[in-house]
Unconditional design. Sequence first.
Length: 471
Amino acid sequence: MMLLTSRRWFRVAVVIAAFVVVVDLLLTVRVYTPGAKLAPLHVSSPLDREIASHASLNFGSGGGNTTAEAGSSGGNGEGGKGGKKVKEREKEKLYIASIHWNDAEILSSHWIPALLDLVREYGKENLFISILESGSWDEAKDLLRSLDSLLGALGVERSIVLEDGTREDDIAKGPGDGEEGKKGWVWGTRGKMEMRRVPYLAAARNRAMMPLKELGMREGEGRRVFEKVVWLNDVIFTVRPLYTTSPKCPQDLHGLQADQVTTLLATRNGSYAATCALDFSVANKLYDSFAVRDSLGLPALTLLWPYFASPTSRSAILNYAPTPVRSCWNGLVIFDSAPFYSGLEFRGIDDSLAQKHVEASECCLIHSDNVLSGEEGKGVWINPNVRVAYNPEANGKVNGEGEWPTSYGKVGGVWANRWHLTTGWYLRWKEKWVVDRAVKRWADEEGGREEGKWCLADSMQVLVDNGWAHI
């Protein structure tokens, strides 16, 4: 009798569990994601024709590098057809910054045409473009020289700097003499002095930001002050309006959906210290996990949507709402410009701390140093409705027809998140313990203090001739 009763309750438990799983799957899958397709280019003005002649592209792509000298500003134009004309919006003053290395392919196919679209949509009087290229051996320099000439013809004020030295040259020079000469170098696990990746990138980003203050210090009518700083990686991004037939799209304006740059600018009605897109090299995996920290300051739990351990961050991204995080970069990031005028700069952690096999991204530390990023400020946010990619394949998946993620991606991602949250605690605890121990030893030995401790990871990253390496 007891055996029959036990079996009966076992069956009841199985039915209840199955019911809960089915309801959970349905609730997970029913989350709505706007799907959008791109409008065709409508060439109607001389400027349109000038841009179109240099832009044989699919609007909705982008990618990037840097190079050049100073110039001026340029270009407006009319919107494309294929939907109702977007209502006129007040355009903010944007400082566009980007650094590039060996990315000629995406420069020519997507990034340069999309940048020209940005000029066309926002107008030369609202933009300054700062590009730094360093040591490319592909055709990136030639493409950026051509871009420089074209922007000059359009009257766009800019600084495009092409550096002759390569990473191989920088590494071959070795560290200099004295304390100052050894900055940015550590004794690596391979038994030699190694040039650190993060300080190298931080210095490059700071060089790309130099014109910002110089423009603000001009006198008279030439003085220029910008409201937002837009950092663009070598990603596929869109500036042209996107059109959707979905009546449920929350961004829908009678069939017209804002482009990616405008959508990101408008995150939380423009109230943020910084706001980021999501970026992808593979369609279902977040790319820039090194710089991302959720609202609790924790790294991404998995590379699959919904990514985060923090309930606050996870809940927001599940609902495609602006997602609070401590830091992000993700290929396309927009900052409130004010802190940069007050001395905010990119940096790496101290070399003596890095020597303990600890590292942090300059793209995370910039948020830890930003006075607007904290709880008393405007915060840092990811807008999950803006997704950029590093190749056409990934872009087609995350910005193509239909939902993103797919129903399968939602279910798989949610359950992967739960699994790692439940079973991965030991690995997360171990990494935190390793980092905390290294920081404590460093603080005891050097008397140092790192405010961006939550950016740190158990890692050592150094430059090599053809890129960089973990050691």
